[in-house]
Design a binder for this molecule. Structure first.
Ligand SMILES: Cc1ncc(COP(=O)(O)O)c(C=O)c1O
Length: 469
């Protein structure tokens, strides 16, 4: 078996390297043709097994030809980066070890301490040992942060939400800007807080949280007998990359005893930009996704806390069979979140940061932000395009507005453009809605994207607009 694995492993390494090398020359994305789609979705369960090398032939012929597109320098969709080479390199080694990083005395659990601390140090978040863990992504990081805030609020009011649930308690209100990510609402619903107590704070003309409106909403809740307990600001919104006025939000949180959460899933690394921003360090919890800007291969999120006691108080539940007399004072990672068996994500984080160094990460952030500013300038200089928000991180929100179209036609055009551009295969961008306006958005994350790629993106949008729908 080991000899087979060694042989096939060499082929797999060649396939991976060949795939990465060929991606820029192919279409960014293309629809999966019927036969391959059927192969991917309808395979019968095999009765007998097959040799490893055979499986690789299938991967080569049916899997690798159909990527999502995010390895390509002209992929500007959502927030999906190409994989870091160092992350690709070590992923099979983590699988070869296959530990559970719930905790214990082994490399997987121990290296997560370094990975989490490095992430905190990269973004300037004050780190106390144990105050953070890797997660599947920011959605899970948000669940962990919100549950911890809910537990703290219960304790303050003299009850234990883990024991009593939310039964017969007065409602708790949380505050999220109109541009806050949907994972915040999902987490609120999941944790029984009720979507109706999630207050949507309006944004200003730059899509940043309006803190005067936040104060008014908090005051209205206090007057109405609803207890304000949590505010989430964004460091890099998904729609425009906007960074909320973190210091001002922190101030409101401090005045009213709210838990201050920052969603930096996409944009926390933007602190390394030029200009960067400050205020992350004031948060009680920060969600950031190594599988976004940093390029750690999916999946990898992270939640950092100011105080490690909170998540442990919220999640620690150690049954007798898991007691570890040898554990240090921090205990196990599984005491800080809902997952018991946890994958060895730390190796991919460690390798990615070790390969780039702090300087390399900062260079990547500065380069992609500069490209986004260039794209914004190109959009502004072109009469056919409208820039819809300032480019403060690496997202550009804009739309096409050709002369002669009425507002309804402009809306329809921009609604159909993302799919039309995607199907042409030369660039990939996605759309969104900003204050009721259909928008195009381009997120620059790829280290090899160039200004020429930005020119092609705008050309593709114009060409797709001219082609029949
Ligand atoms: C700002 C922001 N927050 C949260 C998320 C959710 O992150 P994940 O998909 O890792 O759960 C995203 C995903 O794009 C995001 O951009």
């Amino acid at each position: 078996m080991t000899d087979d694995l060694r042989r096939a492993g060499r082929t797999a390494a060649d396939l991976a390297a060949g795939h990465l090398a060929s991606v820029p020359d192919g279409p960014v994305w293309r629809p999966v043709p019927g036969a391959d789609r059927a192969w991917l979705t309808d395979q019968p369960l095999p009765a007998a097994g097959r040799p490893l090398e055979d499986l690789l032939a299938d991967v080569r012929d049916h899997v690798l030809p159909h990527p999502m597109g995010n390895g390509h320098p002209r992929f500007f969709g959502w927030v999906n980066s190409p994989p870091s080479p160092a992350g690709v390199l070590v992923a099979p080694l983590a699988a070869a070890m296959n530990p559970s990083c719930a905790g214990g005395e082994h490399a997987g659990a121990l290296l997560e301490r370094t990975a989490v601390r490095w992430l905190a140090e990269l973004v300037g978040f004050p780190h106390r040992p144990g105050a953070g863990l890797l997660t599947s992504g920011a959605s899970m990081a948000t669940v962990i942060a919100l549950a911890t805030a809910r537990q703290r609020e219960g304790r303050r009011q003299g009850w234990d939400v883990r024991e009593t649930g939310l039964y017969e308690r007065s409602p708790l209100a949380m505050y999220v800007s109109a541009e806050g990510h949907s994972c915040l609402r999902k987490a609120a619903e999941l944790l029984g807080l009720g979507g109706r107590y999630l207050r949507t704070v309006p944004v200003d003309g730059s899509y940043r949280m309006d803190t005067a409106a936040l104060r008014r909403l908090v005051a209205a809740d206090v007057a109405g007998g609803v207890r304000p307990f949590f505010v989430a600001a964004s460091a890099g919104t998904v729609n425009t990359g906007a960074v909320d006025p973190l210091g001002d939000v922190a101030e409101v949180a401090r005045e009213h005893g709210l838990w201050f959460h920052v969603d930096g899933a996409y944009g926390a690394l933007g602190v390394l930009g030029d200009p960067g921003f400050t205020g992350l360090e004031l948060a009680d919890s920060l969600a950031l996704d190594p599988h976004k800007w940093l390029g750690v291969p999916v999946d990898c999120g992270c939640v950092l806390f100011g105080d490690p006691a909170g998540p442990r108080d919220t999640f620690s539940l150690v049954p007798p069979y898991l007691r570890d007399e040898g554990a240090d004072e921090l205990g196990w990672f599984s005491e800080y979140g809902p997952e018991q068996t946890r994958p060895f994500r730390a190796l991919r984080v460690w390798a990615t940061i070790a390969h780039l160094g702090r300087e390399g990460v900062a260079r990547l952030v500065r380069r992609t932000c500069a490209l986004a500013r260039t794209l914004a300038a190109m959009v502004e200089a072109d009469e056919e395009f409208d820039l819809l928000a300032p480019a403060v991180t690496s997202v550009v929100a804009f739309r096409l507005r050709p002369a002669g179209l009425d507002p309804r036609e402009v809306e329809e055009l921009n609604r159909r453009l993302p799919a039309a551009v995607q199907h042409r295969g030369r660039a990939f961008l996605t759309g969104t809605n900003l204050s009721g306006t259909t928008a195009l958005r381009a997120c620059v994350l790829h280290p090899d994207t160039t200004e020429a790629d930005l020119t092609i993106l705008l050309e593709e949008i114009r060409t797709a607009a001219r082609s029949p729908s």
